[in-house]
Design a protein around this ligand. Sequence first.
Ligand SMILES: Cc1cc2nc3c(=O)[nH]c(=O)nc-3n(C[C@H](O)[C@H](O)[C@H](O)COP(=O)(O)OP(=O)(O)OC[C@H]3O[C@@H](n4cnc5c(N)ncnc54)[C@H](O)[C@@H]3O)c2cc1C
Length: 459
Amino acid sequence: MKYDVAIIGGGIGGLMAAYHLKQNSPDTKIIIIEKGFDLTKRHCPAGSDKKCIHCKICSITSGYAGAGAFSDGKFNLGTAYGGTIGEDLGEDVAMKYINEVDNILHSFSDDYPELYKSNEALKLKCLQNNLRLLDMNVRHLGTDKNFRTMQLLIESLENSGVEMLSLTDCTDVSRNADGSYDVSTVSGNTKAEYNAGKVIVATGRSGAEFVKRLCEKFDITINANSVDIGVRVEMKDIIWREFSSQIYEPKILYRTKTFEDRTRMFCFNQGGLVSAENNHGVITANGHSYAEPEKKTENCNFAILSSIHFRGDFNKPTEYAENIAKNTNFAAEGNIMVQRFGDLIRGRRTNEHRLASNTVIPTMKAFPGDLSIVLPYRALTNIIETIYALDKVAPGTANDDTLLYGCENKYYSIRPEHNENFEITDGMYLIGDGSGLTRGLSQSGAMGIYVADKIGGVN
Ligand SMILES: Cc1cc2nc3c(=O)[nH]c(=O)nc-3n(C[C@H](O)[C@H](O)[C@H](O)COP(=O)(O)OP(=O)(O)OC[C@H]3O[C@@H](n4cnc5c(N)ncnc54)[C@H](O)[C@@H]3O)c2cc1C
């Protein structure tokens, strides 16, 4: 079976690449290979107790629409965070492609939401308290609308003749003498090979091992990256309403006093729910929220992450962070751990009794415990200092009843070398979160569109 382009991974990066390849040249023969389920068959079986049951293929992170399928659908229309394509492509070019993601999504949505615009007064308030508000325009689709928009995008790809395989794991890619590639797959017990002139690898964070294998095989240098270790923080929604009502998503940087490390508050969910994420059997915390008022909770949640950069001989940030998450799962009987901030400060574990009388009612069933026995001193100190700093701009953040779920890690360790077209070897492109260059929907999608232009010879 011969194709012009094989796309490995059906997340937003892969889908946007396919869509734009077809926009540029409708006759392009494209195949998308996705190891997870079709979007409509994706389902997290965590029951009413919301406890992760460790599926072989995690429907939260894998399947068509990728890790963003059940996300809050927050599209950050700027380059201040969510990746580095502003640096890689230059601000103007990056913004052109980020706006193109927005235009494509808009074309699939009849009641497209208004933009949340940046806010000078809140920026000043943060600056006066040693905090830096990373403020930019945000389009918030919400989980349901994001899901429907992705479904329409997928249907349009099917209608335009893109072949879309699901439950098909790409296991290898080989280069032929004529410069084309053979992409090997396994689906159940069936093995297959697809020949393509170009390959776009869009495997996201869940494909990190696959990308590593490809880099080893094609002798591509991998540059080290940092890792973020932190917690998901949950409190009454009203505490952050001043921010969320005006800019929707406060993303705030802080430099800690003790270690002078950089921490960040990010992935804010107004009226949201804390959720679990399964990365190869390691369970970490995350969060999302629905746009519909009837699905809102009384709480908001966000991540506080402490960045660690390794220098010198030890250079395995992903493995390091994974071990911390595994250890937390171990101490929490295979689950995520939750602790009241007041208990953490007093050096005692949270138990069922204290959690039951907490004023903040947890939106996720987690194991009550003591985060100080699992998180490294440096990360925990940074997190505690950040909570006190945030309390100055949103009083109540450092309340005793604030809940911390551990741990939430962000891995970006693999950053293979690439040329200006994001080509890692002749005719093979690496885009999205799997490239280590993006950390969000807009920039991953923008990379997909950019690479589609490069393949199509469009400037
Ligand atoms: C719970 C949650 C909430 C989030 N909320 C937001 C948000 O509101 N806003 C935002 O900007 N970002 C959010 N993010 C991050 C965002 O989802 C990612 O940045 C984005 O999905 C990256 O897109 P991608 O296409 O690069 O990778 P992914 O979306 O991860 O897609 C990669 C796909 O490749 C597939 N794959 C991997 N390896 C293989 C293989 N070997 N063979 C075949 N298929 C393979 C995977 O199954 C996956 O479907 C959230 C993430 C999560 C988990």
